[in-house]
Design a protein around this ligand. Structure first.
Ligand SMILES: [Zn+2]
Length: 232
């Protein structure tokens, strides 16, 4: 991010920032970017293609998974991507190697702005990154996505000793899931809490959401089926 833009964002007040978030002055298609009319519908349609391919791969016991029907209508031009980006959704999710958003939602380069950490918590860096994607890149959709078999949430449910850094990592998860003995339920509670934290700790995101410029949803990715379920 350039210094001028940083100073501009720093100097804008709440109302000005809300106006900045709502403004979308340049037509994305004219610039060579493909932006779907309904980002959430596009995200979930991509996941249905992924889950179909996932299920086939499981049934046939194949070592590799290949999506069979990528959406040919929506593909960002490499020329546009070489100098800019116009992602249409932001995904905050876990660092788990099996939870790659571009793969899970069957998207192409330039579609998703992705923030990841083990346990998909709303640390300061994650909040700032989501603010950047919404305020500057103007993504209209943010999904917080937890997943089955999450190691970070499992660690937060255990009492095994961890390194100091790992203790700090799982601390917000421990606070959120206190008392839970069911991993799937704890993952859902943690993802919902992360979404709430984004709004509670960022006035820019809260304003974008209340103005209708931002849709904030929470998803749960089930590794045994490949399906993402919306839980909020
Ligand atoms: Zn995880």
């Amino acid at each position: 991010m350039g210094i001028q833009r940083r100073q501009f964002l720093h100097s804008t007040g709440g109302m000005a920032l809300a106006a900045l978030i709502q403004a979308r002055p340049v037509d994305a298609a004219e610039d060579g970017f493909c932006v779907p009319d309904d980002p959430l519908q596009a995200l979930m349609a991509g996941n249905r293609r992924f889950a179909d391919a996932w299920r086939l791969a499981l049934q046939e016991n194949r070592a590799t998974l290949r999506t069979t029907d990528p959406d040919p209508r929506c593909f960002n031009s490499p020329r546009a991507l070489s100098t800019s980006q116009r992602p249409w959704a932001t995904v905050l999710t876990c660092s788990d190697s099996r939870v790659s958003p571009s793969w899970v939602f069957d998207t192409t380069p330039g579609d998703l702005f992705v923030i990841r950490n083990a346990g998909n918590s709303a640390f300061d860096e994650a909040i700032a990154s989501v603010e950047y994607s919404v305020s500057v890149l103007k993504t209209p959709l943010v999904m917080v996505m937890g997943h089955s078999g999450c190691g970070a949430v499992t660690a937060a449910m255990d009492d095994k000793p961890l390194t100091p850094s790992l203790e700090r990592l799982i601390h917000p998860i421990e606070e959120t899931i206190s008392g839970s003995s069911n991993l799937a339920e704890a993952v859902r509670r943690n993802a919902l809490a992360t979404a709430s934290t984004l709004i509670q700790r960022s006035s820019a995101l809260a304003e974008a959401k209340s103005s209708g410029a931002l849709k904030l949803v929470v998803g749960y990715f089930e590794l045994t089926t490949g399906v993402v379920t919306l839980i909020k």
